[in-house]
Ligand binder design. Structure first.
Ligand code: SAH
Length: 247
C-alpha cells in the first residue's frame, strides 16, 4: 500500500503552538480530514490538497473515510484540535482499524503529538499541574454519567488536581454544576478552581475562584476547568501546586 495516514492536532489556538512536525505533516498531505472548525485553523498549504470537512459527532465514520482514502493511495492527515490523542480522533482511527478492513492493518499510520488544552490552560494560570493530576471529560456522549461521577469521586478522594474537558455544552448545561456539588462533598471549599477559556489563543481568559464560589455557568465548550488539590494555592496573581508535600 502506498497511502499513509497521520493524525495531528492543531494545538489550542495560536499557530505558534502547532508543532513543526505537525506543520510538516499537514504540508505533505494530499487530503485533510476533520471537523470543519479545526480544518479552518489549517492555512491553505498546497493547491492540490483536498479538504473533507465533517460534523463533529460522526467520529467513526470520519475515521473510516480517512482510512479508505489512505488505502486508495492518498496521503491523509486527520486533523483534531489540541493533541489528537486526548479526547480526539486518534482513538477513533484505531477503533475503525480494529473493526474494519483487515488490509488497514498494513497501512502506514502515525500519530503526531500536539499541545493539549490542559497544558495551555495550566500555563495561562501559572503551574497548577505541578503535582499529580488527572484529566476527565465530562461529556456523557460516549460513557454514562454514573461512570463520570464514580471517576470524579475517586479523583477527589485521591487528592489529584483535576482537569475537566468538555465541561459544558448546550445539550448538557447541568453537568458541571452537578460535578461541583459532588466535589464540594469531598474537597475543601477554599480549593482553587480555574476556568480557562480559549487557552493558548489571542483571546484567552482566566477566571480564578474557589470551589465554594465556582459558578458552572462561567464555562462553555471552549473552557477547560482545573480544580486544585489540597496543596494548590495562589502566589500573587498566579496559581500553582507544589511538586511535593514534603517539607
Ligand atoms: N483534543 C483536544 C480536546 C478535545 S475535547 C485537546 O487535546 O485539547 C474538547 C474540549 O477541550 C473543550 O470542550 C474544552 O474543554 C477543551 N478545549 C479545547 N481547546 C481549548 C482551549 N483552547 N482552551 C480551553 N479549553 C479547550
Amino acid at each position: 500500500m502506498t497511502g499513509s495516514l497521520v493524525v495531528v492536532g492543531t494545538g489550542p489556538g495560536k499557530p505558534e503552538l502547532m508543532t513543526p512536525a505537525t506543520q510538516e505533516a499537514l504540508a505533505a498531505a494530499t487530503d485533510l480530514v476533520g471537523y470543519g472548525p479545526y480544518l479552518d485553523r489549517v492555512p491553505a498549504l498546497r493547491a492540490d490538497q483536498c479538504r473533507h470537512a465533517s460534523d463533529n459527532r460522526v467520529e467513526l465514520d470520519r475515521a473510516r473515510h480517512a482510512l479508505a482514502l489512505a488505502a486508495s493511495g492518498r496521503r491523509v492527515a486527520v486533523v483534531s484540535g489540541g493533541d489528537p490523542g486526548v479526547f480526539a480522533m486518534a482513538a477513533a482511527i484505531f477503533e475503525a482499524v480494529e473493526s474494519g478492513d483487515p488490509e488497514w492493518h498494513l497501512l502506514d499510520i502515525r500519530v503526531e503529538p500536539g499541545v493539549t488544552a490542559m497544558l495551555a490552560a495550566a500555563a495561562e494560570a501559572g503551574a497548577p499541574l505541578g503535582g499529580d493530576f488527572c484529566a476527565l471529560s465530562l461529556s456523557d456522549n460516549l460513557k454514562s454519567w454514573a461512570t463520570i461521577e464514580r471517576r470524579l469521586k475517586a479523583a477527589a478522594e485521591a487528592d489529584f488536581v483535576i482537569s475537566l474537558y468538555n465541561p459544558a455544552s448546550k445539550a448538557r448545561p447541568h453537568q458541571l454544576g452537578e460535578a461541583f456539588t459532588l466535589l464540594r462533598s469531598i474537597k475543601a471549599g477554599e480549593t482553587p478552581v480555574l476556568f480557562v477559556r480559549a487557552a493558548g489563543s489571542a483571546d484567552s481568559k482566566v477566571v480564578v475562584t474557589t470551589l465554594a464560589d465556582a459558578d458552572a455557568s462561567v464555562a462553555d465548550m471552549r473552557t477547560l476547568v482545573i480544580v486544585g488539590s489540597s496543596t494548590t494555592r495562589r502566589v500573587g496573581r498566579w496559581i500553582y501546586t507544589p511538586r511535593g508535600a514534603k517539607p
